[in-house]
Design a protein around this ligand. Sequence first.
Ligand code: FES
Length: 318
Amino acid sequence: MKARPITTVKTVVAGIEAAGTGIKLFTLTDPDRWELPPFKPGAHIDLHLPNGLVRTYSLCNEPADNTRYVIAVKREADGRGGSRALHDDIRVGDVIGVSLPRGGLDPGAGISRHVFIAGGIGVTPFLSMARHLARTGEADFTLHLIVREEVPLSAHLTSLMKEGRVVVHRTSRTGRPDLAPLIGAAGPDTMVACCGPEGMTDDFERATAAWPAANVHVERFVAPPPVIDPDAKPFTLFLARSGAEIQVRAGQTMLAALQEGGVDVATSCCGGICGACKVGWIEGKPVHRDRILLPYERERYLMVCVAGSDAERLVLDL
Ligand code: FES
């Protein structure tokens, strides 16, 4: 019998540190202090919290140090509950399951310049990238951090701010900056990325509309509302590895149909922005509605929480 691949690892909370108003840094380690699965700069992990919630966070530490995973969490009183649970209930010594890290910068992708645009706590995915690029000199970068007044994780950004590689824009003093001049001109060797509130990511998408899709990356705090397709038709999922067939009713998500069929799929945002539910597809005509996969990735993968099908049959690599 084929062994199931490992998809989560057990970690223990080794440290909790205040890192600005309403922000805590959590350090997770292997319970026996072994190295954790390696990660790329800017990678994410899903935390499987003791209360059953699964939430996605960016890794903030340098990938060269994979004895720990460090995440920064801002307590959102009106959020979906993940940050409240971490801030209010999690203590040093608690055990938390985490997914294998995914995503992040691809070394050697021919990029010589990065421009990062971050809104407030949206700085977290860029912290490990900035640290990595500053250490290795692999590529030039500038991180524009747009905040109302207070700089989140300031103690972790001080040296990069002094070097001019992190530029802080305080909207309480200068208003919201125009993103286009910060981003600069498109070029095949330039990668631009943004993580922040919706208004900022919308501005960023407008400013980069003419850029090649592969050179633009956006991370959102909240998933957009689900797309309801009034013309959606039922279709059948064929699972290539197990041989199972699963019917997806009109208007039902593939994820819901898979779960109803007893198929375990990792999820976090359930809105096409985190990448947790990525599944390979082999045959068919998927309708991609996620906000994360690049065009070339869509030729092989889809996000089952939001994707649909334009054909009666879709074969998944499950
Ligand atoms: S669960 Fe986040 S993309 Fe599907």
